[in-house]
Design a protein around this ligand. Structure first.
Ligand SMILES: Cc1cc2nc3c(=O)[nH]c(=O)nc-3n(C[C@H](O)[C@H](O)[C@H](O)COP(=O)(O)OP(=O)(O)OC[C@H]3O[C@@H](n4cnc5c(N)ncnc54)[C@H](O)[C@@H]3O)c2cc1C
Length: 379
């Protein structure tokens, strides 16, 4: 059931229509096959790029869609309702464009941004390491200054689109402490850069997550984004925006689970009536609908603050926390509505439940979101 959205412009309404069309015609027919076989959907990102759906919140002068964040997030939600792995990868691509857009020099933007925003090159974001996830400031991958650039050595972990993306936002150590980290834009074909085997994950099977290994890899100085030592500030500021993307993905997943649970409950009968007419189950569905609607309102509130130029870091963490917890609960309850069938791979609700779990973990676990929120409260 399509969500009846309150959108700011006619152009935004057209974009949602276009997204639903692409989701129905391009994503829906192949999602089950790719998720079961864990195969990458070649061509899907080119199609999304051609449709202009890969760079919606970025300025048109650089090849972006020039859309408000609230519109971009609702597009992302529509994609996630069909295929969470693809929506996550779109969100991560958008995250990977952020450092160059916000901290790059005019010359760097001129050189790389139009291709990135046009979907000609796909991006990845590489902050996490095997021993440094939540505590990103503890990262150890090292970028040593040499003539003309840096020599990079070390391991990065958990890269969405690893080995497939064309460029990597690498955060590496150029000095001591939290002010000793810098951001680089590293092309995939850099000598000395290699990728591990895709992780065998609980969900999001169609988009690989890999480690990366830098072995004396040379990165030219012109590929450093922002000042030396500014990396963590860049990483965290990108994550404020990225977290809203994950909140929207979580709402898309929860909405899809709710829709399928309602449709099932309307036709399944027990004790002589439709299961939706048993109050115990009807109320469960009502709570699921309330959770989805309130999670959507929370991310839209943060997005509208961002669009208005207000601070939104705390609200982004609230949105990520509320939406991903809602997705976990709603998808679990959807499995309950399907009874024994919900526990099989014959119905999608099982997949939604597995996919919801990761939204509580990446781009800052929900414990870390609470830490961010409490620090804002503490001033
Ligand atoms: C499928 C997938 C895709 C990912 N994609 C990317 C990507 O594209 N780029 C990228 O850089 N990273 C990515 N990640 C990494 C992800 O962001 C990290 O896994 C996450 O930040 C948690 O880090 P960790 O796994 O090292 O857990 P840890 O930091 O070791 O945390 C373990 C547990 O301790 C808790 N904890 C830690 N510190 C605190 C604290 N101060 N207070 C309370 N609890 C705490 C955590 O909440 C968690 O429950 C991805 C991960 C996965 C699984």
């Amino acid at each position: 059931m399509a969500v009846d959205r309150l959108l700011p412009t006619g152009e935004a309404r057209d974009l949602i229509r276009l997204t639903r069309d692409v989701a129905d015609k391009v994503l829906a027919p192949i999602v089950d096959e790719h998720e079961k076989a864990a195969t990458y959907p070649e061509g899907v990102f080119a199609t999304l790029g051609e449709a202009g759906l890969l760079s919606l919140p970025y300025p048109q002068e650089w090849g972006g869609g020039g859309q408000p964040y609230e519109v971009y997030l609702q597009v992302l939600e529509e994609i996630a309702a069909r295929w969470a792995a693809v929506a996550v990868a779109v969100s991560v691509h958008s995250l990977a464009c952020y450092p160059l857009m916000e901290f790059g020099s005019a010359e760097q933007k001129q050189r790389w941004l139009p291709d990135m925003l046009g979907g000609g090159t796909i991006g990845a974001y590489s902050l996490s390491e095997p021993q440094a996830g939540s505590d990103a400031a503890a990262l150890t991958c090292k970028a040593t200054a040499v003539e003309g650039g840096y020599r990079v050595d070390g391991a990065k972990a958990w890269i969405t689109h690893g080995g497939i993306a064309d460029f990597y936002n690498l955060f590496a150590r150029t000095g001591e402490g939290s002010k000793g980290i810098s951001c680089f834009l590293v092309p995939k074909d850099t000598e000395g850069l290699s990728f591990g085997r895709p992780e065998e994950k609980m969900g999001l099977h169609a988009v690989p997550t890999t480690s990366a290994h830098y072995d004396d890899a040379f990165v030219p100085a012109e590929r450093r984004i922002g000042a030396e030592g500014q990396g963590l500030q860049i990483a965290f500021s990108a994550l404020d925006s990225g977290r809203l993307g994950i909140a929207a993905v979580a709402v898309g997943l929860a909405q899809a689970a709710l829709d399928e649970a309602v449709a099932y409950a309307q036709q399944r009968t027990a004790f002589g009536r439709r299961i939706i007419d048993h109050q115990g189950l009807g109320f469960l569905l009502a709570d699921m609908a309330a959770a989805v609607d309130s999670a959507r309102a929370t991310y839209l509130d943060a997005a509208r603050r961002r669009d208005a130029g207000l601070s939104y870091s705390r609200q982004a963490s609230v949105a990520k926390l509320v939406a991903t917890d809602a997705a976990m609960k709603v998808t679990t309850d959807a499995v309950q509505v399907f009874g024994g069938y919900g526990y099989t791979r014959d119905f999608r609700v099982e997949r939604y439940m597995r996919e919801a779990k990761i939204t509580q973990i990446f781009e800052g676990t929900n414990q870390i979101q609470r830490l961010v929120i409490s620090r804002h409260l503490a001033g």
